[in-house]
Design a protein around this ligand. Structure first.
Ligand SMILES: *Cc1c(COP(=O)(O)O)cnc(C)c1O
Length: 400
């Protein structure tokens, strides 16, 4: 038999990851209190989570979850098209459509499955999905599942998107992009992409997992910030597990497209509905995010303060106005060593390494939240400078 043994193969792959410093380990959080959390018996300040508005532990959100769970239970019971669809899901969908100003909204159990659903139900064999090179993995996987042609243009390169669409004039086409890029924190050139989409008769789909709640007027996200509407961006995705402090994702946009997706997308049909209690929690969080502009204002002040401080200390951050503030380290080991040094000083900033980011661009993905105060941000800045100085000192002292 010539068949490879799966155990042997994965062992070889693990050794390979080890040799490249790419072993991935999970850390268990024992308790969370705002931006603080207990990990391995120590109390760390979290600077890598996505709870940008500090809503995940808000009493109104937790209260809504408990109240709904008491009446509806903890589970989703069945898929939406069988008997799992609940009035709490409707209420959340309506609130999201109203907030983002779109004709309709559809709730999913996660952003990952929502992306799979959109591309799979709208594109197929012979169609084309054009994507930014730095798009989230779920969009890439979505095009693979859809069995369409996937073309990736260099990050933010609108000309590249046009060229790829022109080269494939047959079949339906979609341009799919992150609104705010998850690992870089910069924003897609949505107005230009909307023009390309129109000229090339392609549909523009924006995954705004890191934009909705944080960016744009009333926190309505990157599409609203670019002054585009459902005509130009027929579908956009808001996820609920990041700035909205809960769980799930809501696809917002054109009613006919959404109806089609709800009836045909396998990642929508063949999965259990999000528990109603989660939808109730998300609804409470969305209402807070809409109403409490001060959360965005405070976050923006923190971003400006952090960037000014980093500049003074000579820390070169990637350009970003969002709560995602990456510090490039280059090689994987430097990123991991920086992360470990920060942990020694009481900060949790995970190192992000390939394949999550391109080769040679390992980084600390520092994230800010409304929950951080100025003293904590200043302390992080000094921790970062100290970690950098320690590491460069150590490197200088080691003969090459
Ligand atoms: C996190 C993320 C997703 C996945 O959303 P989940 O709800 O966590 O599954 C999709 N797209 C982008 C850009 C993301 O950052």
């Amino acid at each position: 038999m010539q068949r490879p043994d799966i155990h042997d193969r994965i062992e070889a792959q693990r050794l390979e990851r080890e040799a490249h410093g790419r072993i991935r380990v999970r850390r268990s959080v024992v308790r969370r209190d705002g931006v603080g959390c207990e990990v391995d018996g120590r109390w760390l300040l979290d600077f890598c989570g996505n709870d940008y508005l500090g809503l995940a532990q808000h009493f109104a959100v937790v209260d809504a979850l408990q109240d709904s769970a008491a009446r509806n239970g903890a589970g989703g019971v069945a898929s939406h098209l069988v008997c799992g669809h609940h009035a709490a899901h409707d209420a959340l969908e309506q609130e999201m459509a109203d907030w983002l100003g779109t004709p309709r909204a559809l709730l999913f159990g996660s952003g990952y499955t929502a992306n799979l659903a959109v591309v799979q139900s709208l594109l197929g064999d012979g169609d084309t999905c054009v994507q930014d090179k730095l798009n989230h993995a779920s969009l890439i996987d979505a095009a693979r599942l859809a069995d369409c042609r996937l073309r990736r243009y260099p990050h933010g390169d609108v000309e590249g998107a046009i060229r790829q669409l022109r080269a494939l004039p047959e079949g339906a086409a979609m341009i799919a992009t992150d609104g705010v890029f998850s690992m870089d924190g910069d924003i897609a050139p949505l107005r230009e992409l909307a023009l390309v989409a129109r000229a090339q008769h392609a549909m523009l789909y924006v995954d705004d997992a890191h934009g909705v709640g944080v960016h744009g007027p009333d926190g309505r996200g990157s599409v609203a910030a670019a002054r585009l509407d459902a005509g130009q961006v027929p579908l956009q995705l808001a996820t609920l597990g990041k700035a909205l402090g809960s769980h799930g994702a809501v696809l917002c946009g054109d009613a006919a497209l959404i109806q089609h997706i709800s009836e045909t997308a396998r990642p929508y049909i063949y999965t259990t509905a999000l528990p109603p209690a989660q939808a109730a929690a998300a609804l409470a969080a969305v209402k807070l995010a809409r109403r409490e502009q001060w959360r965005r204002d405070k976050l923006q002040e923190s971003i400006a303060h952090f960037r000014a401080g980093a500049q003074k200390l000579g820390l070169s951050l990637l350009p970003s106005d969002t709560p995602i503030q990456p510090l490039l380290c280059g090689d994987d080991r430097t990123a991991s060593a920086m992360s470990a040094a920060l942990e020694q000083s009481g900060f949790w900033v995970a190192a992000i390494r390939p394949p999550t980011v391109p080769e040679g661009s390992a980084r600390l993905r520092i994230t800010l939240s409304t929950g951080h105060d100025r003293l904590q941000i200043d302390a992080l800045l000094h921790g970062l400078a100290r970690a950098r100085d320690q590491l460069s000192g150590r490197r200088a002292a080691t003969p090459a």
